[in-house]
Unconditional design. Structure first.
Lengths: 415, 323
């Protein structure tokens, strides 16, 4: 009987919570009336196959666009969001971009998340005069291209952020970074971490796993052989969990300090870990913690609950939501007659300066630049119980890599 | 028989020319890319098909050799300012020489053992591609950088995707003509003799080692051309495209398409690249194509040893006979 009462109370609580979440949804013009005009075509590409699923960003963007469409759209016109999966395959990535840009004529790309597509398509976007507001970027091209701006930080900034925290707060002296053997992902980000460690007179090294057939045990042994006191896991969440499981089985958890870049900041991760990781795994969150509160943090969850209840709740999801929100904000400010004009939309996106969200530690901007990385400050959390606990709130990362980005910000009057 | 072969060749060339200049006019951006990839893999399929049909040799390294052609094309592009055509020809020659070198230890083997040796080669190349990646404009011998990939030059006459598809189809047509030329000259006669009886070929003075090595070289040349053209199409390549399993799949599709016919290579490449593209477009997992391929292979092995191309050719012949 008591169990039945508890179940009933839980169900009632969930219903009330869902109702409250529904009530909190705020999207675009927020008119409460569905948009009915001709659709505005917007594209998105994600990667979903081994070694990971990066579709959380496009799922969150799709949820926000659906919410915007139910609330007046862009001056009465709905957004038709066309999403393709590159399956981590360069050929499919190029074909997906051609389909969206050439065949379907999208005016912008929003919410992209992949290891592959940005590297293949960066020049295509540039040549087509289309701006990509990506959300789950993991390759150097994302942050070093004039036509891509990503809301997330990517593995380079996140890895440096995690290493910086471990050095400053956990007294790490020798860090081994575990990355994927994809030159513009693993070596790019772990290499920058090594540079950071060297700049502090400390030691950094890297171990790279084959993305097609990752051998986590040999990777772990290689990291241990490097003499590191800290192991920094810089892998997609699924693979990172497999790596941690191997460390646990070999009894290596307690002998080392552990850190991770942002993919492990996922709501499902703490439940997938055993107690031995409690208080031991420090994770860099590229956006602010989801339980921090604030209008956008609450709205993000409410929008997902209402329009994509099965979608993941992680950093890439937050990032997809923010990208979609800022895109809509820019489009609402654009002359309605120019919403189908790719050049005008591109200019409007490049005109974004100083947009703010409580999901980000700093202002978001695009601007006319040869590279973009508006998000370069993050939060550090630690696995605690069934969730995460913040151990360092918004902090700026310290690396020579960010010098040209700070110059761009100065030019835009932001820094 | 010779008349039928010539008719088939003329039909093939006419279709190729029509496709080369017609397809870019009617295809959208996505399908232009898909058909460009299809033409690249058709060249590798041609090589595997003629080796199997003319010499009974199974090569399970064709896609891996495409990777070699792609690697060399990218490396030359980023290292020197040579025109695309020069890079492509050099890549094809390097792949051809590599194909011949790899053939030498395999020449004493036949059937399953030869297939296994070529599969090991494909596996070895897969490890190299995964470990060292494909050049993207970085420094050093391997040319792999961690930052923005350098630009890949395309032929002067084929800068746009549509023009590049035309270019690729024309090169594939030249590849087909090269095979036809071999078939109708001394190598073709030697291969026919070797296939019938290696002992008889040796007794009649045919240099079996040379002609078998030459076949591997020609097959490698075609794969190298395909890989180089794929590199020009995408600008960068990934090890996942050249796994040993891809070589096995392509060979299986060559059997399904029909190894004896030029049309078989086209059908194999269409199944390999167009079928997954269609499934993707319909929102169906492209891996489902593997189930269809398995069923098609079973069908080919049990009831249609000449593959789909053989069935189509047989249909036309029966109609001609009736008329």
């Amino acid at each position: 009987m008591t169990k039945q009462l508890k179940l009933a109370a839980t169900a009632l609580g969930l219903i009330l919570a869902a109702g409250a979440a529904q009530a909190q949804v705020t999207c675009g013009a927020n008119t409460g009336t569905a948009a009915t005009g001709a659709p505005i075509l917007v594209g998105g590409i994600h990667g979903n196959a081994a070694p990971g699923d990066f579709s959380a960003s496009t799922q969150a963007a799709a949820a926000y666009f659906a919410c915007v469409n139910a609330n007046g759209g862009i001056n009465g016109r709905p957004i038709e969001y066309l999403v393709e999966n590159d399956q981590w395959n360069p050929e499919l990535a190029a074909q997906a971009a051609s389909k969206l840009i050439t065949d379907q004529g999208v005016v912008a790309m929003v919410g992209n998340g992949s290891f592959v597509e940005m590297a293949v398509n960066a020049r295509t976007y540039q040549d087509a005069g289309i701006m990509t507001m990506a959300s789950a970027c993991a390759v150097s091209e994302c942050f070093e291209s004039p036509s891509i701006v990503s809301t997330n930080q990517g593995p380079l900034a996140s890895t440096i952020g995690a290493a910086q925290y471990m050095v400053e707060a956990q007294e790490s002296k020798n860090i081994s970074c575990i990355g994927l053997a994809i030159p513009n992902v693993g070596p790019w980000s772990c290499g920058a971490m090594e540079g950071y460690m060297a700049s502090k007179g400390l030691t950094g090294s890297s171990v790279y796993l084959n993305p097609a057939s990752p051998d986590v045990n040999s990777g772990l042994l290689e990291a241990v052989a490097s003499g590191a006191d800290t192991i920094l896991v810089n892998l997609p969440a699924g693979l990172a969990l497999a790596f941690m499981k191997a460390a646990e089985e070999q009894g290596m958890v307690e002998g080392y300090k552990w850190a991770s870049s942002t993919p492990l900041y996922d709501r499902s991760v703490p439940a997938a870990l055993s107690d031995v990781w409690d208080g031991r795994m420090f994770v860099n969150a590229e956006l602010t913690p989801w339980d921090k509160g604030g209008p956008d943090a609450i709205n993000w969850l409410a929008v997902l609950d209402a329009y994509a209840p099965d979608a993941p709740r992680d950093t890439f999801s937050q990032s997809g939501f923010v990208s979609a929100k800022f895109f809509v904000q820019a489009m609402l400010a654009l002359d309605p007659a120019k919403l189908d004009d790719r050049a005008a939309v591109n200019a409007a996106i490049k005109g974004i300066v100083g947009y703010e969200s409580d999901l980000l530690c700093g202002p978001y901007y695009v601007g006319e630049a040869d590279r973009h990385m508006p998000n370069h400050a993050g939060t550090m959390v630690v696995v605690k119980g069934d969730g995460f606990e913040t151990v360092r709130d918004c902090y700026e990362y310290d690396s020579p890599y960010f010098a040209p980005i700070f110059e761009n910000e100065k030019a835009l009057g932001l820094n | 028989m010779a008349r039928q072969a010539n008719t088939s060749l003329v039909a093939g060339l006419s279709a190729a020319i029509l496709a080369a200049f017609g397809l870019p006019l009617v295809l959208g951006g996505q399908w232009t890319g898909i058909f460009t990839s299809t033409a690249c893999f058709a060249m590798a399929a041609m090589g595997a098909g003629f080796m199997y049909s003319r010499l009974g040799m199974v090569s399970l390294a064709q896609v891996a050799l495409m990777g070699v052609g792609g690697w060399v094309t990218l490396r030359l592009n980023h290292a020197f300012s040579l025109p695309f055509e020069t890079n492509l020809i050099l890549a094809a020659v390097v792949t051809s020489v590599l194909g011949m070198l790899l053939a030498i230890p395999a020449l004493r083997m036949r059937g399953l053992y030869l297939a296994l040796v070529t599969l090991m080669v494909a596996g070895g190349l897969e490890v190299v591609f995964t470990a060292y990646q494909f050049p993207n404009g970085g420094a050093g011998f391997w040319g792999v950088g961690t930052s923005f990939a350098a630009e890949m030059r395309r032929p002067v006459l084929a800068q746009s995707d549509g023009a590049y598809l035309t270019y690729t189809l024309l090169v594939a047509m030249l590849g087909l003509l090269l095979i036809m030329a071999h078939r109708q000259t001394a190598p073709g006669r030697a291969w026919a003799l070797i296939r019938r009886s290696e002992a008889a070929a040796i007794a009649s003075g045919t240099n079996v080692t040379f002609y078998k090595t030459w076949a591997f070289g020609l097959s490698g040349l075609l794969a190298g051309l395909g890989g180089g053209l794929l590199a020009g199409s995408l600008g960068l390549l990934d090890a996942s495209s050249f796994r040993a399993s891809e070589s096995i799949l392509l060979f299986a599709l060559v059997i399904v398409g029909g190894a004896r016919f030029w049309l078989g290579a086209v059908i194999a490449a269409v199944l390999y690249r167009v079928a997954p593209g269609l499934l993707n477009n319909w929102g169906v997992d492209a891996d489902l194509a593997l189930i269809f391929f398995g069923a098609a292979l079973l069908h080919a092995v049990t009831t249609a040893p000449d593959g789909i191309a053989g069935q189509i050719t047989g249909l036309f012949r029966r109609r001609e006979a009736k008329a």
